[in-house]
Design a protein around this ligand. Structure first.
Ligand code: AMP
Length: 193
């Protein structure tokens, strides 16, 4: 199994690049943002609770997200590997993920961190807000989401850097250029499927 975390701040291109990685390497994509938005749309109890945080640009509590990930992994026993997008977002989530994977006799192989200057992140997210229909893609909430990234999520990079698994990739060029850089790293571990 090959397990990859695509890491980076909001607007760094994780969702777009995950699609490219999935197509090329046939990994199972797990995006906690997508899973949470699906719960919100279906008005499940989890979705109703999560929406309160998402609309304010705050992270949803760890136990909610970890439970959701755990069931998702269990639903996909035959996966060639996973690409985690937008998860883990806190050190506690990273530790929980490491334990969940260890229980399955596997682990995270690689963490690719997309590096994009802050002003470019804001411009991209504001631009996306015009068409995404996402209630959290507006200037005020975007600022809060980036703040949550710095105070809570950046620690995830250090967690995996200590394990020697973190690679930083420039994410400020075109989608194609960035994907080439990501693929160069993944190719060291896994051949395209
Ligand atoms: P995203 O689509 O990854 O930008 O996530 C949108 C929103 O969903 C975030 O601003 C959080 O409120 C929530 N969210 C997504 N993933 C997580 C996570 N791993 N932990 C906590 N909250 C999350």
């Amino acid at each position: 199994m090959f397990n990859l975390i695509l890491f980076g701040p909001p607007g760094s291109g994780k969702g777009t690049q995950s699609e490219n990685v999935v197509k090329t390497y046939r990994l199972q994509h797990i995006s906690t943002g997508d899973l949470l938005r699906d719960e919100v749309t279906r008005h499940t109890p989890l979705g109703v609770e999560a929406k309160k945080y998402m609309d304010q640009g705050l992270l949803v509590p760890d136990e909610v997200v970890i439970g959701m990930i755990s069931s998702k992994i269990d639903e996909l026993p035959d996966a060639r590997g996973f690409i985690f997008d937008g998860f883990p977002r806190t050190k506690a989530q990273a530790e929980a993920l490491d334990k969940l994977l260890e229980f399955k006799n596997t682990s995270i192989n690689l963490v690719l961190s997309l590096e994009v200057p802050e002003q470019q992140l804001i411009d991209r997210l504001v631009g996306r807000g015009a068409t995404s229909g996402r209630s959290d893609d507006n200037a005020e909430v975007i600022t809060k989401r980036i703040k949550e990234y710095h105070t809570k999520t950046a620690a995830v990079a250090s967690h995996y850097a200590e394990q020697g698994k973190l690679e930083r990739v420039k994410g400020d060029n075109s989608i194609e250029d960035t994907f080439r850089l990501l693929a160069k790293q993944i190719d060291k571990y896994l051949l395209p499927a």
